[in-house]
Ligand binder design. Structure first.
Ligand code: SAM
Ligand code: SF4
Length: 356
C-alpha cells in the first residue's frame, strides 16, 4: 500500500482499481505515511500559508430537493431568509477590515436572485473591492448566465459535482436533477475562464470506495483549481435523517490523496470537518489542506443556514471566527495570510514544472 502512495506522489495518478484498494484498505499507519507526503507537497507550493475565504451565506431558499440537504425545498421546517445587497456589502466591509481578500457568495438555488439581481450584486462588490476575488456558489445555471457573471467580475465558482457516478447521483438527488448537467456546468465554467472548484461529500448514503475512486479520476481529468470535500452529516428534517455520517479518518485520507493527485490545488479544511471533530480543521490542514472558510454572514441568520445538524460557529461574530481560526492555525505551526490566495502558478515554488 505504501508503494501505491509513493507511486501517486511521483506520478499524481493511479488507476481506479489502485485508488479503490487504498480507500478500502487504509489504516492509521498508512494515513500518517500519506499525510507526511501530502504536507511536503503542500508546503512546496504554499509554504505554511493558510488562505482564508469569507463565506457569506446570502439565501437559504432553494428550489431544489437534494435528499441530503437541510435547505431542500421539501423541508417545511427550514427557516428561510435572504440578505439584501446592502447587507451583503456590510458583510464584505467587515470582512475586508478583518483581512479577507476573497468573498464567497453561497446560497440555495433561489429564483428571487435573478441574473439581473446577481449582476447588480457582483458589480457592487467588485466596484467596492477591486482587489478582492469574488467566488460564487449558487448552483447550476446556463452557460450564458455564467458568462454574464464572469463578465461582471466574478472570479471563481464552487460547484461540487457531489459524485461522479451516475447511479450514486440518482440516489442522492431527485429525478429532475441530472449528473450530466452538473458536469456540463463545471466544464462551461472552466471554459469561460473561472477558477473552478468541484467536490463531494465523504460518506454520503450509498457511497462506496469505487465511487470515491471515480471521483478522484473525474477530478484528475477536470483539473479544477479548488476541490471542496467534507463529511456527509445528516440533517434531522431530510430523508437521510437516520443515515450515518462520513468519518473523520476517511475524509482526512481523501484530503491527502487529493493533495498528491493535484499538487497545486486549493483544498479547504471545511466547517463540516470541524463539526465532526473539535480539531477537524487542524487535522485537515495537517493532512494536506491549505484553505479555511470562516463565516461572515450576520449572526442573526447563521442558524437558519442549516445544511446539516450541529453545524459549528453559528453563534460567533465574524471577528471571533477569524481570530479563532488564526489561533488554531498558529497552534499547529501554520499562518493565516492576508491575500486573495489564488491557485499557485508560481514556478519558483514548484520543484518540477510537470507536477501541474
Ligand atoms: N446550492 C449550491 C449547490 O448545491 O451547489 C450551493 C450551496 S450547497 C448547500 C453547498 C454544499 O453543501 C453542497 O454542494 C453539498 O455538498 C454540501 N452539503 C449539503 N448538505 C450537506 C450535508 N447534509 N452534509 C454535508 N454537506 C452537505
Ligand atoms: Fe439546494 Fe444546494 Fe442544498 Fe441542493 S445542496 S438543496 S441545490 S442548497
Amino acid at each position: 500500500m505504501r508503494a501505491l502512495i509513493d507511486k501517486l506522489a511521483r506520478g499524481h495518478d493511479l488507476t481506479a482499481e489502485e485508488y479503490t484498494r487504498l480507500i478500502s484498505g487504509f489504516d492509521a499507519g498508512l494515513s500518517d505515511f500519506l499525510f507526511e507526503k501530502a504536507r511536503a507537497v503542500r508546503e512546496r507550493y504554499y509554504g505554511k500559508d493558510v488562505y482564508i475565504r469569507g463565506l457569506i451565506e446570502f439565501t437559504s431558499y432553494c428550489k431544489n430537493n437534494c435528499l441530503y440537504c437541510g435547505l431542500r425545498c421539501g423541508n417545511r421546517n427550514a427557516q428561510r431568509y435572504r440578505l439584501t445587497k446592502e447587507e451583503i456589502l456590510d458583510c464584505c466591509d467587515s470582512g475586508y477590515a478583518l483581512g479577507f481578500r476573497t468573498f464567497v457568495l453561497q446560497g440555495g438555488e433561489d429564483p428571487y436572485f435573478t441574473d439581473e439581481r446577481m449582476l447588480d450584486i457582483i458589480s457592487a462588490v467588485k466596484t467596492r473591492y477591486p482587489d478582492c476575488a469574488l467566488t460564487l456558489s449558487i448552483g447550476e445555471k446556463s452557460r450564458e448566465s455564467y458568462q454574464a457573471f464572469f463578465d461582471a467580475g466574478a472570479d471563481r465558482y464552487l460547484l461540487r459535482h457531489e459524485t461522479a457516478n451516475d447511479e450514486h447521483y440518482a440516489l442522492l438527488h431527485p429525478a429532475e436533477m441530472s449528473p450530466r448537467n452538473r458536469k456540463r456546468c463545471l466544464r462551461d465554467l472552466k471554459d469561460i475562464g473561472y477558477q473552478v472548484g468541484c467536490g463531494f461529500m465523504v460518506g454520503s448514503p450509498g457511497q462506496t470506495a469505487a465511487h470515491l475512486a471515480e471521483d478522484l479520476l473525474f477530478i484528475r481529468e477536470l483539473r479544477p483549481q479548488m476541490v471542496g470535500i467534507g463529511p456527509f452529516i445528516s440533517q434531522h428534517d431530510t430523508p437521510f435523517a437516520d443515515k450515518p455520517g462520513g468519518t473523520l479518518e476517511l475524509t482526512l485520507f481523501l484530503l491527502g490523496l487529493l493533495r498528491l493527485t493535484l499538487p497545486y490545488v486549493l483544498l479547504p479544511a471545511t466547517t463540516a470537518l470541524g463539526t465532526i471533530h473539535p480539531l477537524g480543521r487542524e487535522k485537515g490542514i495537517l493532512a494536506g489542506a491549505n484553505v479555511v472558510m470562516p463565516n461572515l454572514s450576520p449572526v442573526s441568520v447563521r442558524k437558519k443556514y442549516l445544511l446539516y445538524d450541529n453545524k459549528i460557529c453559528t453563534g460567533d461574530e465574524a471577528a471571533e471566527c477569524r481570530n479563532c481560526l488564526q489561533q488554531r492555525m498558529k497552534a499547529i505551526g501554520y499562518q493565516v495570510v492576508v491575500s486573495r490566495g489564488d491557485c499557485c502558478t508560481n514556478p519558483s515554488r514548484k520543484k518540477n514544472q510537470d507536477e501541474i
